[in-house]
Design a protein around this ligand. Structure first.
Ligand SMILES: [Zn+2]
Length: 448
């Protein structure tokens, strides 16, 4: 099994001689962390205040646990107070529309060097499955210089491959035609958009896809299986968000979870309630600290994503950690009245596993006597058959089955013929409706 290319890349970045060791990486991360802390204290009004009581330098990485967290609300409230360089040094500002409590948009600021680090990560990460001469269709926003698709295309060029700047899917048949006509070996896109391509009934002749990279916080296993089944390709996960500098981690060929850009990001998993760091194997909230960013470094940023570090070595032989695929976001959970919780990902796995399902929306209505969950599917195939299949699949979820059997919940399902392309925005469930919108991800920023 091939070692993740992130490992030699990181070894070079940290100046390690020979194979990468945890000890060398830890020493590098501690030095980079102390440098970042000194940098933000000297230059960011927010961190000067926030870190006023913290020790001047940390003696060990574990000491980071004593430092306060940074939240999305902090950034939203006063993003400029995070910025550590003059405005003239900022090459890209990403504005995330949010439905947060402060009413402000969330802004992230990057220097040209910050963006170069991301391109370098994309280059190393994409080399896991990209070969020289490959054409790779980029179904991410690419129009603006410095957009995620633009950075990815630059990275592919450095690999001797060609990134085809397509942008999000707007017309399924047109995009499938491009895939066939260009003989693309791979594509990079959002899970539901790629699913709509893979499940389109009339696939063109000449598709030659070897890999698909699905990028978001949460990629349903059901979508991975559907994409691989349709095209006979291998589907990989990428984990990233704007706050991480767009890129965070990517599967190796073992595909058990992401290896992370550990020279640029220090990632922790903490107990969401107490904030205490958790050992490998225990699930909690992903928190990261940037180690190399200059424009707007972040210290202990709470992502809201839930995962765990996988204990033990990766079968690919890496010394790098493996972060298990994100299972869900903390706020993408529906609280049922009998105390059970239903994460959006459970609906995703149940419904996307059904052949013919392209997309769905759901709404939850809380009433004194009985709650109602309405699920509407967009499907290829017989609508009434799909509707009853979906209902059965949902009632296979124990939390839903119990709530319906006990009379606490009414489940209403509907199916209509798929005529739209699923939105490229992230799906959220935080106000009882499955909507597409910003949850700290890489997309909305680039869409505006
Ligand atoms: Zn690995």
């Amino acid at each position: 099994m091939d070692l993740t290319p992130l490992e030699p890349w990181i070894a070079r970045k940290i100046g390690a001689t020979g194979a990468l060791t945890r000890a060398a990486l830890t020493a590098y991360q501690l030095a980079a962390l102390n440098e970042t802390l000194a940098w933000v204290r000297a230059r960011s009004p927010f961190y000067r205040e926030r870190l006023a009581d913290a020790p001047p330098t940390l003696a060990a990485l574990e000491d980071l646990a004593a430092l306060p967290f940074t939240t999305a609300d902090d950034i939203q409230a006063e993003p400029l107070r995070f910025v550590c360089v003059s405005q003239s040094e900022i090459s890209r500002v990403v504005t995330l529309d949010t439905s947060g409590t402060t009413g402000h948009s969330k802004r992230l600021y990057f220097t040209a060097d910050d963006q170069a680090l991301t391109v370098d990560f994309f280059r190393a990460g994409m080399s896991t499955f990209t070969r020289t001469g490959d054409r790779v269709l980029i179904l991410l926003p690419c129009a603006r210089p410095g957009s995620v698709g633009d950075l990815l295309a630059q990275a592919l060029e450095r690999l001797g491959a060609e990134g085809l700047r397509h942008g999000p899917v707007r017309d399924v048949t047109a995009t499938l035609d491009v895939l066939a006509r260009t003989g693309a070996a791979g594509l990079v896109g959002m899970p539901t958009q790629v699913l709509a391509l893979a499940r389109y009934p009339a696939q063109p002749e000449g598709l030659a896809l070897r890999f698909a990279l699905l990028t978001t916080d949460f990629v349903p296993r059901a979508i991975i299986a559907a994409v691989e089944g349709a095209w006979g390709c291998v589907a990989y996960h990428h984990y990233g968000m704007t706050e991480m500098g767009l890129g965070g981690g990517v599967d190796c060929v073992a595909r058990r979870g992401y290896h992370l850009r550990e020279a640029d990001l220090l990632v922790e998993v903490v107990d969401p309630a107490t904030g205490v760091p958790l050992p490998a194997g225990q699930s909690g909230e992903v928190v990261f600290t940037t180690l190399t960013r200059r424009g707007m470094p972040l210290i202990r940023y709470r992502t809201g994503d839930v995962s765990h570090f996988i204990p033990g070595p990766c079968p690919c032989g890496a010394a790098l950690k493996t972060l298990a695929h994100i299972t869900h976001r903390r706020d993408n959970v529906l609280d049922l009245r009998d105390g059970d919780a239903l994460p959006l990902c459970a609906l995703d796995e149940a419904l996307f596993a059904l052949e013919g399902v392209i997309d769905f929306s759901a709404s939850f209505e809380r009433r004194p006597s009985q709650d109602t969950l309405r699920v509407c599917l967009a499907v290829h195939g017989d609508e009434s058959v799909m509707r009853s299949r979906a209902r059965r699949a949902l009632l296979d979820l124990p939390a839903l089955a119990e709530a319906v059997a006990g009379g606490a919940l009414r489940l209403v399902t509907a199916a209509t013929s798929a005529t739209h392309v699923p939105s490229p925005l992230k799906r959220t469930f935080n106000d009882g409706r499955v909507t597409c919108g910003e949850v700290g991800g890489i997309f909305p920023s680039q869409m505006t």
